[in-house]
Design a protein around this ligand. Sequence first.
Ligand code: NAD
Length: 354
Amino acid sequence: MILVTGGAGFIGSNFVIDWVAESNEPLINLDKLTYAGNLQNLAEIQDDSRHIFVQGDIGDKKLIAELLEQHKPRAVVNFAAESHVDRSITGPDDFIQTNIVGTFNLLEAVRAYWSALADREKADFRFLHVSTDEVYGSLKPDAPAFTENHPYEPNSPYSASKAASDHLVRAYHHTYGLPVLTTNCSNNYGPYHFPEKLIPLMIVNALAGRPLPVYGDGMQIRDWLFVKDHCSAIRRVLQAGKLGETYNVGGWNEKANIDIVRTVCRLLDEQKPRADGKSYSEQITYVTDRPGHDRRYAIDASKIERELGWKPAETFETGIRKTIDWYLTHGDWVANVQSGSYREWVETNYGNRK
Ligand SMILES: NC(=O)c1ccc[n+]([C@@H]2O[C@H](COP(=O)([O-])OP(=O)(O)OC[C@H]3O[C@@H](n4cnc5c(N)ncnc54)[C@H](O)[C@@H]3O)[C@@H](O)[C@H]2O)c1
């Protein structure tokens, strides 16, 4: 049994679906169901007895202690976080509360549980913390990509709160010996991505005939990884990662935002041409840049390949095609997210469940 937190969000739900498909080991999925948590993402496994969903907060030490006591997991994988940089700029409080205080409370509950385990279980236990490349700050155009030794220089309230959580996780290993692992991943894309983030926002707006808002000059560079590849990296680190180590996870795919948007437009032109025959790229509009917007992130993912034999299965070209196909065939999911009716769906489907 493993305990996953934040498993109703974008990456967490992909992880949970893949876990159930690839393993017989049950999991408890603890998620607060903020605006970003959507149980509809997990509809395909809602009747699978290996998946136990619990609505709750990682900051609720009592609840976590009860879940650990009751289910005795051999590992905790922590996805739960506030994750949207723009929201962290307009309202940082939730980021401090969940990403820092929440992770701290989770660590405290896990430490108490782990300390009381028998020697064998104690040695086998793992706490895997899922983090981001944004903690490293912004790179100059010709600087080498981030390695695991790059200094932390977070620039947004989001990345600062994730950096703080990474430091807590590290300290719990150093001070208490808690068997931790941390992954720092680049930008993910793929199914179930909430349409406030760049790629799904562009797909959804393009299809709805709305403007495609590009921040500043659109030349902000990110590394992009298909979400299923991130999930396989996490499974691999959980299985074979060296205790106390951090692993950078990336797709070797540095791209400027404007190139991402143009690629999305090109593929939509191919797969769902506009009625007027013009390109979706006509909808691109440049808008005022995000304050403090980092110019470039790049991940050097050679450590995880060298030490654990992991590398991404998808190139950007194959991953983005799968993503666009998914959005074109899941209009209902998009409509429910946009109207907020996924919250009612949760009530209808889960209201009577324990
Ligand atoms: N999306 C990316 O590109 C990316 C890249 C690298 C790392 N990450 C990290 O991966 C993790 C998951 O990211 P995501 O994009 O899936 O985020 P998301 O916002 O889609 O999902 C976050 C999930 O956590 C839940 N949650 C929020 N606060 C909670 C709390 N206090 N207690 C319990 N659950 C809570 C939400 O309900 C939601 O289901 C985050 O830690 C994020 O920092 C994301």
